[in-house]
Design a protein around this ligand. Sequence first.
Ligand SMILES: CC(C)(COP(=O)(O)OP(=O)(O)OC[C@H]1O[C@@H](n2cnc3c(N)ncnc32)[C@H](O)[C@@H]1OP(=O)(O)O)[C@@H](O)C(=O)NCCC(=O)NCCS
Length: 287
Amino acid sequence: MGLRLKTEYWDNPKTREAFKAFILDIHDLDFTEWETRGYWDHAYTPFSYFKDGQLISSICIYLLDAVIAGRETKLVQISGVGTHKDWRRQGLSRELTDLGLQWARGQHQGVFLFADEEAIPYYERCGFSPLHETLEYCHAEPTPNRQGMIQLDPSNQENLDKNYSYAQNRTPISDKFSVFSSKLLMFHALYTMRNKMYEIPDLECLVFFDREGDVVNVYDILGRTIPSFQKIYPYISSETDKRINFHFHTDKLEIKGIQTEIITGNNTFVKESFPVSTPAFPFTSRA
Ligand SMILES: CC(C)(COP(=O)(O)OP(=O)(O)OC[C@H]1O[C@@H](n2cnc3c(N)ncnc32)[C@H](O)[C@@H]1OP(=O)(O)O)[C@@H](O)C(=O)NCCC(=O)NCCS
């Protein structure tokens, strides 16, 4: 087929541009802002086939900082997966995944990914299996709002620098299980969390959250230490709140009456055995 395999090519501007164009084409995702703001991550490693200079199939191995049962470790997330439509069903994506996982062997404790709905049959065919997740939540107690929270605007460089400094100096959100790579966090600051980032200077922490009707979704909390949720909640509370969902494990938040739901039919997949059963993947661990 005359294909050329390329990997670890971020320092080659032409090849990197081809990768960015491919991701824009396949996933409608433009990495330019993450790149120009300086958060491109060399822990994100591409394995790509090129034909006549054009990228036709690619996967990325993202080696992420994680904590499992109180110990720092690494996990692999597979992302950026795609094959140009003229080249599908020829085994290219599977080959690249195998090559990537061989390359990463011995450097991590487990492999996971978040599948798009239409790609689930492909992942099942390639030997990945679904992993149930946990959602932790609690009922909101009526709490008067206390002033003092400041929204961070990511188009303001000072705000972004502050956010990055929090991300680099944070303690992991959970000792039970968390994933906390700082440059991936900045991807979320620039893309998924743009209007959801707040600083509570009194508590020296950032809280990423939003509100859908009477439900509050807390996506992440960044600080050198994690204040109890009892201290945080008055800064983000609204009198109409009924329920608070946490998109991570809450073991550091000292919440009384925390409840859990097992989420099945989610799109989380793992390869072989994964070291944590029914984890709550932090929302900000998604690449
Ligand atoms: C999903 C995708 C990456 C698969 O790429 P590909 O190069 O065609 O995959 P492969 O040829 O390596 O397929 C490996 C196996 O999965 C099977 N497979 C691939 N796509 C499949 C599909 N849509 N449904 C069922 N099986 C599929 C192949 O037939 C092959 O099975 P085999 O063991 O019988 O040979 C490609 O269809 C794609 O780019 N889709 C759009 C983007 C996307 O969904 N990416 C994943 C986001 S999480």
